[in-house]
Design a protein around this ligand. Structure first.
Ligand code: PLP
Length: 420
């Protein structure tokens, strides 16, 4: 690749996933052109099929009303099961290990009820520096709920002085030195700010050797990384489905519980009737019999319209396949990195790891001066990305609907703004 040359046409031509872009509605700017949408890490685009998936349920509601639970084309009673195979594929899990329910932070609390059980010896939670605020609040409130003080119970894994990325060896060192005090490790699978992907398997292994439970927040990892939660032995995970997974604003969330915990009746749970054995649920007796899968964490009967819009997107993911998406993603993000580096600007520093194994599709660009005005200028030129205080622009080319041409155009606009 010669520096500055436009290779995007060739790259798009040889992209076997390129037709998937046509399945999505790409927003247009006032001038009628499609925007460059690099915000799929915040809210994924709408699949064109969402409308018909939801209309089917509206029609069944109209025609069958309450009988839709059994007579709808896709009966509502087991509707969430129609998403299980695709969800297991996204998580790298067994089907019995996953369920879609509630929303992310709510699921985090439900999972913590089961997997954060502190006592006076082992009560601490290890989280990452710059964890997402909602996760931090939830962690603090869980600690308080158990009667402890967050000041004594939160251990933050930090990057070294002058670095942005948290080294795995430093996490291992904390586990090694303070493992006996730690009840739970809760990390963002991909940190929302830096774009760093943590080494799931290595961290989980080190933690388990010290008797620590490990959970991951996959908000920025699900539909982005090629996950292998079952094989990596992760204890539990939760994620939202509206970012890379395109389930729509406020979409229903996803959960993973490792197989080895599914039939363990010693694990406490906050339960409801949708976690009760399916055969006897409607006998309405007062003896809770848990479904022997992750479904036993379901509390309520789930929102079918939400499941329908998510299913529209998950069906597309299943067709494309996570491995192929990941392969394309490494190419797209690598191309973006290459083009930004060939601008040779002192203003921009990419803080996301260079190693593709330590990142997903997002690159976080630290802008050395006046970053907000650079961001505003990008917006004016129809680039949709996002700004994170104090100085970071996050750009996420996603493999389902972004093109190498998007990346090329973005880099040309960026160069133009920096040179003006
Ligand atoms: C997006 C995101 C959330 C959002 O939580 P909701 O409960 O879905 O509003 C939480 N944690 C992380 C790490 C996120 O990236």
């Amino acid at each position: 690749m010669t520096s500055g040359a436009n290779c995007s046409v060739t790259l798009d031509d040889s992209d076997e996933l390129r037709s998937f872009r046509e399945r999505f509605l790409i927003p247009k700017s006032a001038d009628g052109n499609e925007v460059i949408y690099f915000a799929g890490n915040s809210l994924g685009l709408q699949p064109k099929t969402v409308r018909s998936y939801i209309e089917q349920e509206l029609l069944d509601w109209e025609q069958h009303a309450v009988e839709g639970h059994t007579k709808a084309k896709n009966p509502w009673m087991p509707y969430h099961e129609f998403l299980t195979p695709q969800t297991a594929m996204i998580a790298g899990a067994l089907e019995e290990e996953v369920v879609n329910m509630n929303t992310l932070t709510a699921n985090l609390h439900f999972m913590f009820v089961s997997f954060y059980r502190p006592d006076n010896i082992r009560k601490k939670i290890l989280i990452e520096h710059k964890s997402f605020p909602s996760d931090y609040y939830a962690v603090e409130s869980q600690i308080r709920f158990h009667g402890y003080d967050p000041k004594d119970c939160i251990i933050e894994a930090n990057p070294r002085e002058g670095e942005d990325i948290i080294r795995t060896e430093d996490i291992e060192k904390i586990i090694d030195e303070r493992g006996e005090e730690i009840a739970l490790i809760w990390l963002g699978g991909v940190n929302y700010y830096t774009g760093q992907a943590f080494e799931f398997e290595r961290i989980t292994k080190a933690a388990h050797a010290k008797g620590i439970t490990v959970g991951f927040d996959l908000a920025h990892a699900a539909g982005n990384l090629k996950l292998e939660l079952h094989n990596w032995n992760v204890d539990f995970a939760a994620w939202c489905n509206y970012k890379y997974l395109n389930g729509g604003p406020g979409a229903i969330g996803g959960c993973f519980v490792h197989q080895r915990h599914l039939r363990d009746s010693s694990i406490p749970k906050f339960v409801g009737w949708w976690g009760h054995d399916k055969q006897s649920r409607f006998l309405m007796e007062h003896k809770f019999i848990p479904i022997p899968t992750a479904e036993s964490w379901q509390v309520s009967n789930p929102p079918v319209f939400q499941l329908a819009s998510l299913k529209a997107s998950l069906d597309i993911f299943a067709e494309a396949g996570m491995q192929k998406l990941r392969d394309k993603s490494e190419g797209l993000t690598g191309y973006l990195e290459y083009l930004i580096e060939s601008i040779h600007s002192d203003t921009i520093e990419i803080i996301t790891p260079k190693n593709p194994e330590q990142r997903g599709c997002q690159l976080s660009l630290r802008i050395k001066n006046n970053g907000k005005s650079l961001f505003n200028e990008l917006t004016k030129r129809n680039v949709i990305c996002d700004w994170r205080e104090p100085d970071v622009i996050r750009v996420a080319p996603v493999p389902l609907y972004n093109t190498f041409d998007d990346v090329w155009k973005f880099s040309e606009i960026l160069k133009d703004i920096l040179n003006s």
